[in-house]
Design a binder for this molecule. Structure first.
Ligand code: 5CA
Length: 445
């Protein structure tokens, strides 16, 4: 993309209404625009990052064997009367009447609707295990929408639902989600720690939240510092191997890590003192095992191998897709702007032309731009007629991990400059070598 033809409405001033750095930077970098409290338009660069995050979520869910579908945002109230949650959900639910006077709602989550789909089409253990998920907008009329996309009223969530014949199978689904989530967050450059949590309005006994440590997080967290060292890395996971998946969950949930809802001082004090940490975290996902809560209420049953009819075992599993943009920026920025991890960056590299209008420099930039595209990369070329300082400031603000600077002095030596946004380190190399280097860096993402 050429910046002169793009729509990147960066703001010079820091917006006064934004209290935390991710919200300020998303507004300044022209990624979102607020339309009402907790409701945002996603401007082109914000949308690009959102799509990259969605893509990673899809890949990791499908790697774990989970199947995408798409349910609507609007739901009939009657489904929620069956589970009893229509009355329980309270003011957080946005209730709507259609022209026939039928009661509808904008879905805050989809347990009822997916259970309805299941009971309409599945009745045998032979069709299990089954996990269906979607990435869809949700609405929760939050009392205090704030911090930009972090606590919105309309927000994008991945929500997945497992259906299993018995509890051990359902707990395997729970574990599969935990491991797939660990990999999902790592690919986004995040350390998200699974912490034992409280189930709230979703219900059930077993639940973990995934928290990204950040001083601006809304949850208070208590943990053993050793938990932050754990990494899934590139290890191969066989998602059908119950023991192997359970062993990874064990590895990530044995050290103490809890939110204030489940914190126990006696257990916390068993951690060696030098490793005890109290901090704050951003909840970027939550998984639940709730057994037959919805299948009992809504009559979703399956016939087992020995001919018995039993309510299907279920759980639900959510990732805060739009919230993740805020969480990633909270975890990765400096005083000049955002620093995107390679896995989610809106563009792979920025090209800065130091002498726009100079035919040799323009030609070199055009060739570099074409070569990057030819290598399968997505560059952003700042071809505006601006001072170098202003171009650098824009690149730093929007946070592309790599910048290529092209100017007459370098070209005289046959080189361009490749700069890493995070370290600030630069090196001079030929355009061909720079393209090859970037292609290699992004091959793993
Ligand atoms: N049905 C279950 C799992 S599918 C569920 O709704 N879980 S949840 O309530 O924990 O939401 C899942 C994730 O959505 C949360 O972990 C959080 O990251 C994100 N989320 C929840 N509320 C908001 C909000 N108001 N704004 C942005 N993201 C939110």
């Amino acid at each position: 993309m050429r910046l002169s033809r793009y729509f990147l409405p960066v703001l010079k001033e820091t917006p006064a209404e934004a209290q935390i750095v991710s919200h300020r930077l998303m507004l300044r970098a022209g990624m979102i625009k607020q339309q009402a409290a907790g409701i945002y338009s996603w401007l082109p660069m914000g949308l690009k990052v959102l799509r990259r995050i969605e893509q990673i979520v899809h890949e990791e869910q499908q790697r774990a064997g989970h199947i995408p579908l798409l349910m609507p945002t609007l739901q009939p109230a009657d489904l929620w009367r069956e589970s009893g949650r229509y009355d329980d959900y309270g003011d957080e639910m946005l209730r709507i009447k259609d022209r026939q006077g039928r009661e509808m709602l904008y879905g805050p989550t989809n347990e009822e609707m997916i259970t309805d789909i299941f009971r309409s089409h599945v009745s045998s253990y032979k069709d299990l295990p089954l996990t269906l998920y979607h990435i869809q907008w949700k609405f929760r009329d939050e009392m205090r929408p704030r911090f930009g996309v972090m606590r919105g009223r309309e927000f994008l969530m991945k929500d997945g639902y497992n259906f299993d014949v018995d509890k051990p199978a359902a707990l395997h689904a729970y574990n599969r989600h935990m491991v797939s989530y660990l990999r999902t967050y790592e690919r986004m450059g995040l350390t998200a720690i699974p912490m034992r949590a409280d189930s709230g309005p979703i219900g059930g006994d077993d639940t973990h939240e995934f928290l990204v440590l950040a001083s601006t997080g809304e949850s208070e967290v208590f943990y053993d510092s050793a938990v932050t060292e754990l990494k899934l890395g590139a290890r191969e996971v066989d998602y059908d191997d119950r023991e192997a998946v359970a062993a990874i969950c064990q590895e990530f949930t044995t050290l103490y890590a809890r939110t204030d809802e489940t914190h126990k001082t006696e257990l916390f004090e068993e951690i060696p003192e030098e490793r005890r940490r109290v901090g704050r975290g951003i909840e970027v996902g939550q998984i639940f095992y709730f057994g037959t809560k919805y299948s009992d209420a809504m009559g979703a049953t399956v016939v087992t191998a020995d001919g018995a009819r039993v309510p299907v075992e279920m759980g639900s599993h959510g990732i805060g897709v739009s919230r993740l943009l805020g969480a990633i920026i909270e975890a990765s920025h400096d005083e000049r702007g955002i620093i995107w991890p390679e896995g989610v960056t809106p563009f792979h590299a920025g090209i800065v032309n130091l002498k726009q209008g100079d035919s040799a420099t323009d030609a070199a930039c055009d060739a570099l731009y074409a070569a990057l595209k030819g290598a399968g990369l997505d560059p952003l070329y700042d071809d505006r007629d601006e001072r170098a300082g202003a171009k650098f400031a824009t690149m730093d603000l929007i946070g592309l991990p790599w910048r290529l600077t092209v100017g007459p002095r370098g070209l005289a030596k046959g080189v361009v400059e490749l700069t890493n946004r995070r370290s600030g380190e630069s090196e001079e190399l030929t355009a061909e070598a720079a393209v090859a280097r970037l292609a290699q860096i992004y091959a793993g993402h």
